[in-house]
Design a binder for this molecule. Structure first.
Ligand code: ZN
Length: 528
């Protein structure tokens, strides 16, 4: 589609010769033959409901019809046999993987973002622009049905153990499975027994949470899962249960699950500059975090989803206060303030002091929230691409709306390596090091991988710098791209097992009575 043929619902963008997006304004200089502007259609028919199946249609594949047919077959089989044969699961899996692939084709191209910096960065993701922000009821229903079916299955010991490690690879698990694992965290920490949380209520709560994470590149349900999983890992690694009350740990885990509810993909700066509803409602004070927290308690207001409904009023009050503190602490503008408070109390840290514990919980959720770089490179790097994509979506929107653009979000300015080295050096490491001061064994689990990531991105940056210099030095210009900096060999990464999740999680043990089975004492083998 050329710009001249664009319809009323298409989005056009104007580029200069360098390929940078420019605003149309009275100050726009007239173009010449040499500095020709380029007008391009970047998203077509934005009013339509198409989710990104355009590509499938173009390939002659009717994914919707396939899925419907599969659903019918599933129902039939279920009606005939009373149980779902694993072959049907496999089929469904394949269709879903295919759908995911189709929908993330554009996203995948970001993986090559750095390697072709000059050509790669000015392409827009059509899919994310077209895809509705909120999950459709159909979309949720599919995942939730699957989750409920799976939730009756026994999770193997290996998976349970793996779930407690920071090397956990989220990319191998689908949403329904992640929900089973979240449920497992509550049972393995013994919360379901200790706080009398009924399984149906826990499942309803998790389902509501799932519905309220949006279809955006980074702050989505998978991010919610990763942050919660890292926090879960930290709880075990630091043996937190022997130093803190269960109610504090329940607060932390639930805060992690809720900490980005209904994120729309545009940060606080955007909310404030664009004077969005959220910024108005919360007077520019952490609009997003206030919203995440409010949505969490809206969910908890419904008795069917209120996992705290059997707690005393006092206990509920304490959890609510704690969750508000934790979730609001994830606003990065408060980073230095919270870190400095933690530094101040560290030398005299006392687990019996409520203020000390409050600050520690804030630090732990902050660490979990930005812990991607502490994960193995093959887990962490795709997350960085997702984050950049969300940033670029925002800066594009800001440019279109004539709002200020943060340089670290600008596709014309940001560099994967330098953005990471700066972030790791000045934000991540100082924070993680303080937490490791209190829990020395985190050094190996958190700090070491982060240092490795820093080395990796520094090397990348240096190679780029050298490339630039040699290009400037000789007319020929020895071209060094980021491609040339080798990624650390997988052997240098902390070893992480990759259990064959599909088979292991689904290693059905026959019985369906999950209630008795689901409750596990955490006091076995794992605790020293
Ligand atoms: Zn987050």
């Amino acid at each position: 589609l050329s710009a001249a043929e664009a319809g009323p619902h298409d989005i056009l963008k104007l580029y200069n010769t360098k390929g940078s997006i420019i605003n149309i304004s009275p100050n726009l200089e007239a173009n010449t033959l040499q500095t020709r502007y380029k007008l391009e259609v970047v998203a077509v028919d934005c009013k339509s409901e198409v989710i990104g199946l355009d590509l499938a249609a173009a390939l002659g594949i009717d994914l919707c019809a396939m899925e419907k047919r599969l659903q019918e077959l599933e129902k039939k089989v279920l009606g005939m046999t009373g149980a779902m044969p694993s072959i049907v699961y496999e089929m469904r899996n394949r269709v879903e993987t295919f759908r995911e692939k189709l929908e993330s084709v554009e996203h995948l191209s970001w993986l090559g973002l750095f390697k072709e910096l000059t050509e790669g960065t000015d392409k827009l993701s059509h899919f994310y622009h077209n895809r509705p922000l909120r999950k459709s009821e159909e979309e949720c229903q599919q995942v939730l049905e699957k989750y409920l079916q799976m939730s009756t299955l026994e999770v193997t010991k290996d998976v349970k153990q793996y779930l407690k490690t920071p090397t956990f690879n989220n990319w191998y698990w689908e949403d329904a499975e992640m929900m089973v694992l979240l449920q497992l965290m509550y049972t393995d920490l013994d919360f379901t027994t200790k706080f009398n949380i009924e399984m149906e209520v826990l499942q309803q709560f998790l389902s509501d949470v799932y519905r309220h994470y949006n279809n955006i590149p980074f702050h989505n349900f998978k991010h919610c899962f990763c942050v919660t999983q890292m926090m879960y890992g930290l709880i075990w690694l630091t043996d937190l249960q022997s130093n803190m009350d269960d109610i504090d740990i329940l607060t932390m885990l639930t805060s992690a699950i809720c900490h980005d509810l209904d994120h729309t993909g545009y940060n606080n700066a955007y909310q404030i500059n664009a004077r969005t509803e959220l910024a108005l409602r919360y007077n520019d004070i952490s609009p997003l975090e206030n919203h995440h927290c409010a949505v969490a308690f809206e969910i908890l207001e419904k008795p069917g989803s209120n996992i705290f409904r059997n707690l005393t009023t006092e206990q509920y009050k304490r959890i609510r206060e704690g969750m508000i503190k934790c979730i609001l602490a994830t606003d990065m503008t408060r980073h230095n303030d919270i870190l400095n408070r933690f530094r101040a109390i560290l030398p005299v840290f006392d687990f019996n002091n409520k203020e000390h514990k409050d600050i520690l919980t804030m630090i732990i959720i902050k660490v979990s929230d930005i812990s991607n770089e502490a994960r193995p490179m093959d887990v962490a790097e795709p997350w960085l691409d997702c984050l950049l994509q969300e940033f670029f979506n925002q800066s594009d929107k800001e440019k279109l709306e004539g709002l200020p653009v943060s340089p670290f979000m600008d596709r014309d300015k940001v560099r994967k390596s330098s953005s990471q080295t700066g972030f790791i050096r000045f934000v991540l490491l100082p924070l993680f090091i303080e937490l490791a001061n209190l829990f020395p064994n985190l050094e190996q689990h958190l700090i070491d991988p982060v240092r490795k990531a820093l080395d990796y991105y520094t090397e990348m940056e240096n190679a780029l710098e050298m490339g630039k210099q040699s290009q400037a030095g000789s007319e020929k210009g020895a071209k060094v791209s980021e491609k040339d900096t080798e990624k650390p060999k997988s052997g240098e990464q902390p070893e992480h097992k990759k259990p064959e999740k599909a088979t292991q999680l689904r290693a059905v043990t026959g019985s369906v009575s999950h209630k008795a089975k689901a409750v596990r004492s955490p006091q076995n083998s794992d605790k020293k």
